[in-house]
Structure formats: structure tokens, C-alpha cells
Design a protein around this ligand. Structure first.
Ligand SMILES: Nc1ncnc2c1ncn2[C@@H]1O[C@H](COP(=O)(O)OP(=O)(O)OP(=O)(O)O)[C@@H](O)[C@H]1O
Length: 231
């Protein structure tokens, strides 16, 4: 279980998350929704320890993370697929994947075969530079890299944004399978409501840096969507 209690997150002196409280159960697929600028990316950065300062409590299976640096949170089991993917363009696919293995607790530096089996294109392009892959391929690489850190919980920031429709569906299916078949807990920041609805068990809608409303996904009504999501 990931539990955030009364969390504030700061960029310098500006408080972008405000008394945010949220719980994500093990094995959940949890979508974080909200209009532009409400704090969705900030929430993921806060869980990862990438903010100037964070107060409150962030516990993963009872372990307090709030004072831990990012690399320790990653070792504790938090994986991250950032918005824009964060691929190193001059590194090969293999080298980008190796970075994921470094973050794993039990790393033996090997690239797990099951991860490559999810994305056969990566096997084929192992020696290409990351910067030469298409957007969709880079997204697959970013997900594979995060999986190689052996996360208990994976945070994904708009993984389908700007990707060709045929690959979007493939990425959605892999994420759903990782959750349903391998029990991976997922927190997804998403503007794509169709995907969020199809994949999630729970949701939270943010407004001005805190949770405005949340619950099981079947409670995400058209009314709520109009109130909080439609521009
Ligand atoms: N690096 C930064 N420095 C200072 N303020 C920031 C920084 N990044 C974001 N903010 C501010 O924090 C608030 C939340 O931004 P955030 O990017 O988390 O929103 P978001 O919901 O992810 O939006 P989007 O859907 O556009 O990605 C906004 O007011 C934004 O201006």
C-alpha cells in the first residue's frame, strides 16, 4: 500500500501540492486525473523525492519514504516513466535498459528476458541509439527500463501522449497485463479518459494540488468529468 498523508510539495517557496492525502492499495491500477496545471506531475515527482522540499508522510508498505533520497525510493520499489520518456538519446537501447537494472535492489546487471518479451521491437533495436527510435518505441523503452528496476509500484506520466494510435493500444494492453497478470501496482497520470476508464480500478481527480474527488472507477460520472476535467 502506498499512503500519502497530508503531503505538501514545494518548488522553491511555491507550494504546488497542498495537504494531499491518498491511498493506493497493492495491485491497484490507479488513475490521477485533472486539468492542466493542477499538480499531477508534481504528485509523481513528490512520491519520487524530486521536489525542493516535501512535508507530510509517504509510506510504501509501511516504510516511510519522505526523508529518503530518490535512489533509495527507487530501491524501495518505486519505478518511474516520466512525461517525455527521459530516454538518453546518445545511449543505445541496451545502455538505456542497463540504467534500469542499476536501480534494482538485486541487480546482477542482466536485462530480464521477460521484459524484452513484452516489447520485441527493443530486442531487434538493441544497438540503435535511443534518440533514433520513434516516440512509441521510446515509450516502450522507458517502460521496459522502469520494469528492470523491479518496482512494486510504477508511476507513469501520460504514457500515451503524442504516440501513434497503433502503438498506443499496444502500450495500453501491456500496462493492463502487467497489472492484471503480474500484480504490478500502477499509478497513471492520464488525459486519455478512455484508457483511464478501461484500465483503472480507482481514480483521483486533483484540483489546485490536492484531491478534489476520488473512488472506484465506476464512480467517475459524466457529471464529475464536466465539473473537473472538461476545459
Ligand atoms: N519546475 C517548476 N517550478 C515551479 N513551479 C512549477 C514547476 N513545475 C510545475 N510548476 C507549477 O506547479 C503546478 C502544478 O504543475 P504540474 O506540472 O504538476 O501540473 P499537471 O497537472 O501535471 O499539468 P499538465 O497536465 O499540464 O502536465 C502548476 O501551477 C505549475 O505552474
Amino acid at each position: 500500500m502506498l499512503e500519502l498523508a497530508d503531503v505538501d510539495g514545494f518548488y522553491g517557496r511555491s507550494r504546488a501540492l497542498q495537504s494531499l492525502t491518498m491511498r493506493v492499495g497493492n495491485g491497484d491500477f490507479f488513475s490521477v486525473l485533472g486539468r492542466n496545471g493542477v499538480g499531477k506531475t508534481t504528485l509523481l515527482r513528490t512520491i519520487l523525492g524530486l521536489m525542493t522540499r516535501t512535508t507530510g508522510s509517504i509510506r510504501l508498505d509501511g516504510e516511510e519514504l519522505i526523508a529518503k533520497p530518490t535512489h533509495e525510493r527507487s530501491r524501495a520499489g518505486v519505478g518511474y516513466v516520466p512525461q517525455g520518456r527521459g530516454i538518453l538519446p546518445n545511449f543505445t537501447v541496451r545502455e538505456n535498459l542497463m540504467i534500469g537494472t542499476f536501480a534494482s535492489k538485486a541487480s546482477d546487471g542482466r536485462i530480464a528476458e521477460w521484459v524484452l518479451d513484452l516489447f520485441p521491437i527493443l530486442k531487434e533495436f538493441m544497438h540503435r541509439r535511443g534518440g533514433n527510435l520513434s516516440g512509441g518505441q521510446q515509450q516502450q523503452l522507458a517502460i521496459a527500463r522502469a520494469l528492470l528496476s523491479e518496482p512494486k509500484i510504477m508511476l507513469l506520466d501520460e504514457p500515451t501522449e503524442g504516440i501513434q494510435p497503433n502503438i498506443v493500444e499496444q502500450i495500453e494492453d501491456v500496462l493492463i497485463d502487467l497489472n492484471r497478470k503480474r500484480g504490478l501496482t500502477i499509478i497513471l497520470v492520464e488525459q486519455n479518459l478512455r484508457f483511464a476508464r478501461r484500465a483503472s480500478q480507482h481514480f483521483a481527480i486533483l484540483n489546485r494540488g490536492s484531491v478534489a474527488v476520488g473512488g472506484p472507477i465506476d464512480k467517475l460520472s459524466d457529471d464529475l468529468i464536466h465539473q473537473h476535467l472538461v476545459v
